[in-house]
Design a protein. Structure first.
Length: 93
């Protein structure tokens, strides 16, 4: 069975130059890794998963934007979409 790995990363932007970088937090970003064998996803040590994912995020980063791993989770099924109208009604109570 194949699963997804959902990754949440902190986004930082460089507001200076490469010699004296000034990194500022700019929210989060979600990444997805598709079609991962569930045995690998569930049986690999957390620190090994963290390291592999952070290495991928480092490769995706550049001198202007970088991504730092916050968390990851194994996803076995598609999300259930909840109704927007119901949500707005619940908020208005």
């Amino acid at each position: 069975m194949n699963v997804q790995i959902r990754i949440t990363a902190q986004v930082q932007e460089n507001y200076s130059n490469n010699n004296t970088p000034y990194w500022k937090m700019k929210g989060g970003r979600e990444f997805i890794i598709n079609d991962v064998d569930s045995d690998i996803a569930l049986n690999t040590a957390d620190n090994e998963m963290d390291s592999a994912i952070q290495n991928m995020l480092d490769e995706y980063s550049n001198n202007h934007t970088r991504y730092t791993l916050i968390e990851w989770e194994v996803i076995f099924s598609s999300p259930i979409v909840l109704d927007t109208d119901n949500f707005m009604w619940e908020l208005s109570k």
